[in-house]
Write a protein that binds this ligand. Structure first.
Ligand SMILES: [Zn+2]
Length: 384
C-alpha cells in the first residue's frame, strides 16, 4: 500500500498520469495506478504537477536585521518545496540557522557568506577582518547537507574599498570544498568584466538580468565579451529578481540573443514579498511567460536545472526513485500586471498559481502535504 497516490495529474507536456509515493520517494508513474492506498489526491485532469520547485536565491534567516523571512511562507505555502538562503548568514550564525531550518516544513539550504557576519549589515565585506577562513571551513565541515554553496556579494556598497579582493579570496576558499560559488553583482566598482573573468565552470552569477550600469550589456547595448566568455566556460546565470535586480528590457534583449538563465530565482524576503515587486517565486516565473519563454523552460529553471547546478541529488526530477518533492499548480488563463525592479509594468495572459506542495521528509521516510490558500479554494483535498 502506497502512502499517497496522485491521480490524473497533468504534466507540463500535457500528458496525464498517476503518481505513487511511498516512504518519501516517487515509486511509480503510470497511466493508471490501482492500489488500496488510503490517501488519494485526484487532480481530475485539470491541475498540473511537476518536481518540487526550488528557489535558488532567497533570504529566510529570521533574525537577520536586513533581509529576513519565514522559510514556509516563501516555501511550501507558495508551492516551493526547497529554498536556498543566499548568504544571509556567515559562519557565526551557522548553528542557529541550522536549528531554525530544521523546524520548517520546507527544505532549507544555505549558501554560506564568506563574511563571518553574513548580512548583519550591508557592507559585510568592507572589513577584511570579517573573513575568517578557519571558522568558515569549520561550518562547512559541520553541516555538509545544509551548507551547499558559498556566497560572495561583489558590489560597491558591500566591499567598500576592497575592490575585487573578496572574490579572489572566495575563489581560494572554494577550492577545498569545491562547492558552488554564487556571486552577487550590482553597482560598480568592482566592474562586472573584472568579476566575470575570475569565474570558472559552475560558478553562479546572480542578478544576471539587473538593469544597473554594471549589467551584462555594455553602453552600446552589446553583450559584454567577459560575459560571453564566462557563459562559454560554463558559468551559470541565475535570475535573483529582488527589489533592485530584474529588468524586463535586459531579459528581453538577452532572449533575442538566445541567452537564457539556467535558474529562475526570486531573491525574496519579507519586504519584497509583501510590497513587491517579487511577491513569490510563482510571480517571478509568470514574468517569464510574459517574456515568451516556454512553460517547460520555466519549470526546468526551477526544478531540474537548479538541482543540477546545486548538486542536489534525488531532487528536481519527476521520475521513479527521486525524492517525493512535488508542486501542484494551475496555469491560469487570467490577465495579470507584472512589475520589474525598474518600475516597468508588463501584462501576461496567463499565470502560475501554486495549489499544493508535497515534501519528502528523508529522515523519517514520510511526506508532508501543504495545500495553499488557492488550493483550498479549488477544493483540493486528500480523500481517504
Ligand atoms: Zn539576495
Amino acid at each position: 500500500m502506497y502512502d499517497l497516490i496522485i491521480k490524473n495529474a497533468k504534466q507540463i507536456d500535457e500528458s496525464v498520469t498517476d503518481i505513487a509515493i511511498h516512504h518519501g520517494k516517487i515509486v511509480a508513474i503510470a497511466s493508471s495506478i490501482i492500489d488500496q492506498s488510503e490517501r488519494v489526491l485526484d487532480l481530475q485532469n485539470k491541475h498540473y504537477v511537476s518536481a518540487g520547485w526550488i528557489d535558488s536565491h532567497t533570504h529566510c534567516f529570521a533574525r537577520s536585521p536586513i533581509y529576513h523571512d519565514d522559510p514556509d511562507l516563501i516555501g511550501v505555502k507558495a508551492g516551493v518545496t526547497a529554498v536556498v538562503d543566499a548568504g544571509s548568514i556567515g559562519a557565526v550564525d551557522a548553528d542557529e540557522f541550522y536549528q531554525l531550518a530544521q523546524q520548517a516544513s520546507t527544505h532549507v539550504y544555505s549558501f554560506l557568506n564568506i563574511s563571518k557576519i553574513g548580512l548583519l549589515r550591508q557592507s559585510e565585506l568592507a572589513d577584511i577582518q570579517d573573513i575568517d577562513v578557519p571558522l568558515f571551513d569549520e561550518a562547512l565541515a559541520k553541516y555538509p547537507d545544509f551548507i551547499i554553496g558559498i556566497k560572495v556579494r561583489m558590489s560597491r556598497s558591500v566591499v567598500g574599498k576592497n575592490g575585487i579582493f573578496p572574490l579572489v579570496k572566495a575563489k581560494e576558499m572554494q577550492k577545498k570544498s569545491g562547492l558552488p560559488l554564487m556571486i552577487h553583482v550590482g553597482n560598480n566598482p568592482p566592474e562586472l568584466d573584472e568579476i566575470a573573468d575570475l569565474l570558472t565552470k559552475g560558478d553562479i552569477i546572480t542578478h544576471c538580468f539587473n538593469g544597473k550600469p554594471n549589467q551584462i550589456f555594455d553602453k552600446q547595448n552589446k553583450l559584454r565579451g567577459s560575459i560571453k566568455r564566462a557563459i562559454e566556460r560554463g558559468v551559470i546565470l541565475d535570475v535573483g529578481h529582488g527589489g533592485e535586480s530584474f529588468s524586463f528590457s535586459v531579459a528581453e534583449r538577452a532572449k533575442c540573443l538566445d541567452i537564457y538563465p539556467n535558474t529562475i530565482s526570486s531573491d525574496i524576503y519579507s519586504k519584497n514579498r509583501l510590497q513587491g515587486p517579487v511577491f513569490s517565486l510563482a510571480n517571478v516565473m509568470t514574468k517569464f511567460i510574459c517574456l515568451g519563454y516556454s512553460r517547460k523552460r520555466i519549470i526546468d529553471s526551477v526544478t531540474k536545472n537548479v538541482a543540477q547546478v546545486l548538486q542536489l541529488k534525488n531532487k528536481g526530477v519527476l521520475s521513479v526513485g527521486y525524492d517525493a518533492d512535488l508542486t501542484i499548480f494551475d496555469i491560469r488563463q487570467q490577465t495579470v500586471s507584472l512589475l520589474d525592479s525598474e518600475g516597468e509594468v508588463r501584462q501576461s495572459d496567463e499565470q502560475f498559481v501554486p495549489l499544493a506542495s508535497i515534501v519528502a521528509d528523508e529522515k523519517n521516510h514520510l511526506i508532508r502535504i501543504e495545500i495553499t490558500e488557492e488550493g483550498s479554494k479549488n477544493e483540493l483535498r486528500i480523500s481517504n
